[in-house]
Structures are given as C-alpha cells and as structure tokens.
Design a protein around this ligand. Structure first.
Ligand SMILES: [Zn+2]
Length: 135
C-alpha cells in the first residue's frame, strides 16, 4: 500500500491524501441509486465529499424497506470509517490540479440531514406501539 505522503488528491492534486471511498445512497420505493467516489483525497476535498454524500444519504436514503434497514445505515457507517482516515491527514499542501472543494457546513448544520429523523421517529413509533401490544 502506498504511503499517504506519496498520494495526490484526485480533485486538487494536493498531498498528503488518503485512498478512501465515499458512498451515497438513494432509496426510493421503486428506484434505488448508489453513488460512489473513490481515490486519493486530501483532508479538504475528502471532507467535502463526505459531507455532501452523507447529507444526501440522510435525506434520501430511507424510502424503501431495504434501504431503511440495510443500505442507508451501511452507507453511513462506511462513510464514517472513511472520513476518519481523511481527518487524520494534516492540511494539504498546495494543489496542482485546480481549486479545492469547499467542505462547507458540517453535516449536523445542514437542514436536509434532518430528514433522517422522519424514518427514525417512525421506526421508534412502530417499536413503541409494538411493545405496548399494538394499542
Ligand atoms: Zn484535495
């Protein structure tokens, strides 16, 4: 495996970079979508991709049964594992490929991410009514 210092960010050309994969999932009743971006990314670009894809999954990843129980949680966990590797990198040196992505606001400051509360609350509601004997 190549050393982080030898890797260049695929977006801006800065280094160090970590070889990571970020995923986004959209689960609709009939349509499902998977998006994936992989390759070496520096701290700044990696964080930007992580935040965009995680927010996308939180707002659109829940709307089919398989997505709710499988794909959306899996996608979120895998992104969390990937972003940990990017966060460990020091700030990247000058890029050679062009402007960097702007990481923007953290996920918890993005209103769209809170769409995820709907399926979570619904699930809690089902569990609570199930436990209380369906009253
Ligand atoms: Zn970069």
């Amino acid at each position: 495996m190549p050393q982080p210092a030898l890797l260049m960010c695929r977006f801006c050309g800065g280094s160090p970079a970590a070889d990571v994969t970020f995923r986004a999932h959209r689960g609709l009743v009939i349509l499902m979508g998977f998006r994936k971006t992989d390759g070496p990314m520096c701290f700044t670009c990696g964080l930007a991709v992580y935040r965009a894809y995680t927010t996308h999954t939180l707002s659109q990843g829940w709307w089919s049964p398989l997505s709710l129980f499988l794909f959306a949680p899996l996608t979120l966990v895998r992104n969390l594992l990937a972003v940990r590797r990017v966060r460990r990198l020091p700030a990247p040196g000058p890029g050679t490929l062009g402007p960097r992505y702007d990481p923007g606001l953290p996920v918890h400051r993005r209103p769209r991410a809170y769409v995820a509360l709907v399926p979570v609350l619904w699930l809690l509601f089902m569990i609570v009514t199930g436990l209380s004997g369906g009253a």
